[in-house]
Design a protein around this ligand. Structure first.
Ligand code: ADP
Ligand code: MG
Length: 334
């Protein structure tokens, strides 16, 4: 009961109390994890001034991821990309502006990386099944390998079409589509006025703003010990992708068969154990995270440093860790 003498204070006090109760329910940090979309785990975390609007924004990100998966998955026989793979070797196929642009970007990354990133890896790559522990024979690789070459993919801007120059060419966007989906998810959030968020699709993430006034902390795991972290990076307004030979693999007679394929040999590319790339977009960090597996850490670092807007942390087979100059720990710079 409120004593009579203090009743003048009761109303503002009540308002304050109500405000305390109401504000946390309206503005909030929200987080959601969904397994399965794009064959991976999607995580969205954000700050919203309005909880209900924040939940709707997360719904919209998930819908966007599903939309991209429907068009660009090779696991779906009715996707736009599957349609291209089925017919582009016989005649030019008209494609959406969105797929055209992503293929242009993919070809640009092939040129940047001296062909280490190559979406036609799938001309051989489709014969691997890491889940079923199956790999192609040397003979199968030899006969399919001539179809692996990004130069076999011709884009015609005027007709918005794509054509393959020879039979047997297949494209798979598994090395760039998750990063692209993350960028699209971030764009969806920004259109809704969200300024603090992380969107993750498997190993590809992008961050906008900070978290509780501090950087977001992203850990890079140890290649062999899942629960061990080799580095913790404080990040704001950046994209980060990690590729590792421990993501989808099986070991057979001392050889690791894993999902990053060397376009020159058709075998798993094993010059490094993991590569983490920081870049301005997740499309870019994803597209560039395969390079070191194919070219080796030193050659890849040269490419990244030449680009200027990219940093990398690479774990070599002997466990040593290489950084681009922009990330070298204090005390190691000369
Ligand atoms: P995640 O699929 O978890 O994002 P990565 O970013 O490391 O993992 O991408 C690996 C995927 O990239 C493979 O599963 C495959 O679809 C694709 N890929 C494999 N080798 C190459 C390559 N040389 N160039 C382009 N894409 C590749
Ligand atoms: Mg990726």
């Amino acid at each position: 009961m409120i004593p009579r003498g203090t009743s003048g204070l009761a109303l503002p006090l009540l308002a304050l109390l109500l405000a305390c109760v109401v504000t946390p329910a309206r503005a909030a940090w929200l987080s959601r994890t969904v397994d399965g979309t794009m064959g991976t785990r999607i995580v969205v975390e954000l700050w919203s001034e309005d909880k209900a609007a924040g939940e709707r924004a997360i719904d919209a990100v998930m819908a966007e991821m599903n939309r991209i998966d429907r068009g660009m998955s090779t696991y779906k026989s009715d996707s736009e990309l599957s349609r291209v793979n089925a017919t582009a070797a016989t005649h030019p196929v008209k494609i959406s502006a969105e797929l055209f642009k992503l293929l242009e970007t993919a070809l640009e990354y092939s040129r940047i990386t001296d062909g280490a990133f190559d979406v036609t890896y799938a001309s051989v790559g489709f014969m691997y099944d890491f889940h079923a522990h199956h790999h192609p024979s040397e003979q199968q690789i030899k006969s399919a390998l001539p179809a692996v070459n990004y130069r076999h993919v011709l884009l015609d801007r005027a007709s918005s079409s794509v054509r393959y120059t020879q039979p047997g060419v297949r494209i798979d966007l598994g090395g760039i589509a998750k990063g692209y989906a993350v960028d699209c998810g971030i764009a969806v959030l920004q259109q809704r006025g969200i300024q603090h968020a992380i969107v993750q699709a498997g190993g590809d993430s992008r961050i906008i703003g900070d978290r509780f006034g501090k950087p977001w902390i992203v850990g890079i795991r140890h290649p062999d010990r899942r629960d061990e972290v080799i580095a913790r990076l404080p990040l704001v307004d950046t994209a980060i992708s990690t590729s590792g030979d421990y993501e989808r693999f099986f070991d057979e007679n001392g050889t690791r068969y894993h999902h990053i394929i060397d376009p020159h040999t058709g075998h798993s590319a094993s010059r490094v154990r993991s590569a983490t790339i920081l870049a301005t977009s997740a499309t870019r960090s994803d597209g560039l995270s395969k390079t070191a597996f194919v070219l080796g850490a030193e050659a890849a670092i040269k490419i990244y440093e030449r680009l200027g807007d990219v940093d990398a942390i690479i774990v070599k087979p002997d466990g040593t860790v290489l950084y681009t100059k922009g990330l070298e720990p204090a005390g190691t710079q000369h």
